[in-house]
Ligand binder design. Structure first.
Ligand code: G4P
Length: 541
């Protein structure tokens, strides 16, 4: 029997940490995920870590596309339990790692995942520093007030100096880095971590030993400052000096500033060698926020001890053509989820049975029996559910919709054959309601040729693949020469329609968007016509 008392719920929520890794492709997200899993006791097994044969035979075309490109189209959650050596013996934490698709062709899903987490780990390649996709994802974290822990990865390889990397973070994104651990040994000669205490003084030295290929947890030796100096000599002195320098410039951890998104604790690591990975987990446990209350549409907080409620943050269809299923991923906000319970879908007021609840990571699935605030559960055959929707029991609640993000790719969509027009319209409606792409229309183009707007061009391929597989419609796409979308209004539309390189559309949620050819054109129009409404959507660049 599941304990649903407020005390049990608070305890379950308090021991949970739900986070995502934001990074640019190749920074080491997959390697880090496996390294984290190595330190933890898996609850829901990671497909990324142990592939089970058999499942693969049922993958759909869509999955074929994913396989062919070697990228992850799905974004789901990995759950494991972890005991930090820094917490009491009987404290076991539950860590939910929500996967963000990491390819440069990313989609709105990448952003939506960030609505389901309480913290983010920003993973940076020590040689490359901040890269474009990391920057975009960081902006979304900032916008949503998600606290960020910075991990500088690949310290076992030559890279920039640690101070240069911190300067870059500070200058380019205005986030104050506050290292918790400082590397001993330059990039390429990673010996261990100096743990920073008050005023930057070392509280201990964690010395790592390599294991073959980083396949095992790297053994750690804990030394005091004196022993560290004797062992590492000049390397230790440099690290100790730099650490004190950081304190002199105020770069020490401050929990309030971290939660406010103004500072970011920093850890140096090598995901490949398993160095610093325990420290990442310990930091998540010690500093990242546990699942807390979420405001509903009226601004009233739903607390974790309230009856069950959850927000759908992603819908994935056609994962398995053999079963034609549609998986909706929800993050639990309050109460206990038990498989089989009947919940209410807030948007339609209809009941929804949860007999087929699963946790999913990569291609692996397992059935989930119960889940708590902060956990992610996939619901099978959830046809009515779309991103942003609310599910609840007992006490009615509706959470605010997930904002749609600023699209940067635009394409006209047409049915290859006019005889399939009906199926085509149905398909467009379905994909629009699921939030696969944003659909834009205007009178000039008409309904037969709507415009799709996406954050990443791969969303268009997903549309074409699903139209064919699920609606038997061959669709044709033509790219449009626009790079930017701005929110506008009816008063500005006429004048904007006269401008070169601009076209005005209405999105299915009623928002009017002006598509503009490039930023120079936009600047020109803003200068010539300051009266026109041209507001940025969510800042992602
Ligand atoms: P991603 O998911 O962020 O795209 O990155 P992924 O983990 O796939 O890592 C990208 C490459 O960087 C891989 O090398 C991986 O081994 C390497 N890497 C990740 N973490 C570290 C690290 O801490 N140190 C070093 N030196 N390398 C790291 P690859 O050559 O592309 O693949 P593989 O042949 O090693 O598998």
């Amino acid at each position: 029997m599941v304990d649903k008392s407020a005390k049990a719920l608070t305890a379950e929520a308090t021991r949970r940490r739900t986070f995502a890794v934001i990074s640019h492709p190749d920074a080491g997200k997959s390697t880090l995920t496996e390294a984290l899993a190595l330190h933890a006791k898996m609850i829901a097994e990671a497909g990324a870590v142990h592939g089970k044969a058999g499942r693969r035979s049922t993958v759909s075309d869509w999955m074929e596309m994913e396989k062919a490109r070697g990228i992850s189209v799905s974004s789901t959650a990995l759950q494991f339990s972890y005991h930090s050596s820094e917490t009491p013996d009987d404290q076991v934490n539950v860590i939910n790692l929500v996967d963000t698709p990491g390819h440069s062709d990313f989609s709105e899903d990448t952003y939506r995942v960030l609505t389901a987490v309480d913290a983010a780990v920003m993973l940076i390649d020590a040689a490359k520093g901040l890269e474009p996709q990391t920057l975009k994802l960081f902006q979304v974290c900032r916008h949503r007030g998600i606290p960020v822990i910075t991990v500088i990865n690949k310290w076992d390889r030559p890279g920039q100096t640690p101070l240069e990397l911190l300067d870059e973070i500070h200058e380019r994104i205005g986030l104050t880095p506050t290292p918790l651990y400082w590397p001993v040994g330059i990039a390429g000669d990673f010996r261990g971590l100096l743990r920073r205490g008050e005023d930057g003084a070392a509280t201990e030295y964690i010395r790592f030993t390599r294991t073959a290929g980083g396949a095992k947890i790297a053994p750690e030796e804990i030394l005091d400052a004196e022993a560290a100096a004797a062992r590492e000599g000049g390397e230790w002195e440099t690290a100790a000096e730099e650490s004190e320098l950081l304190s002199a410039s105020g770069q020490d951890h401050d929990q309030e500033m971290f939660l406010a998104g103004q500072t970011s604790p920093v850890i140096f690591a090598s995901a490949m060698l398993n160095f610093g990975v325990r420290q990442i987990l310990d930091t998540l446990v010690a500093l990242a926020p546990a699942p807390g209350p979420r405001d509903d549409v009226k601004g009233t907080p739903r607390t974790v001890t309230d009856p069950f409620s959850a927000v759908v943050f992603k819908v994935q269809a056609g994962m398995d053509t053999a079963h034609r299923d549609r998986l909706a991923f929800m993050r639990i906000v309050s109460g206990v989820f038990e498989r089989g319970m009947v919940v209410t879908h807030a948007q339609t007021g209809k009941p929804f049975t949860t007999k087929y609840a699963q946790t999913v990571f990569g291609r692996e699935r397992s059935t989930v029996e119960s889940a708590y605030p902060g956990d992610v559960v996939g619901l099978v055959n959830a046809t009515a559910l779309a991103p942003g929707h609310t599910l609840f029991t007992d006490k009615k609640v509706e959470f605010p919709p997930i904002p749609s993000f600023a699209p940067e790719h635009f394409s006209v969509l047409r049915a290859e054959s006019a005889s399939k027009y009906k199926q085509f319209r149905r398909a467009v409606e379905q994909l629009d309601s699921e939030g696969v792409v944003q659909i834009l229309r205007n009178d000039i183009r008409g309904d037969a040729a709507p415009v799709m707007a996406a954050v990443g061009p791969m969303q268009f391929e997903v549309v074409a693949a699903r139209m064919k597989a699920e609606f038997s419609v061959e669709a044709r796409m033509e790219g449009l020469p626009y790079q930017l979308a701005r929110r506008t209004d009816a008063e500005s539309a006429t004048e904007l329609g006269r401008q070169r390189g601009v076209e005005v559309f209405t999105r299915s949620d009623g928002v009017m968007l002006a598509l503009v050819s490039d930023k120079w054109r936009l600047q020109y129009i803003q200068k010539e016509h300051p009266e026109l409404t041209l507001e940025p959507l969510v800042a992602t660049a």
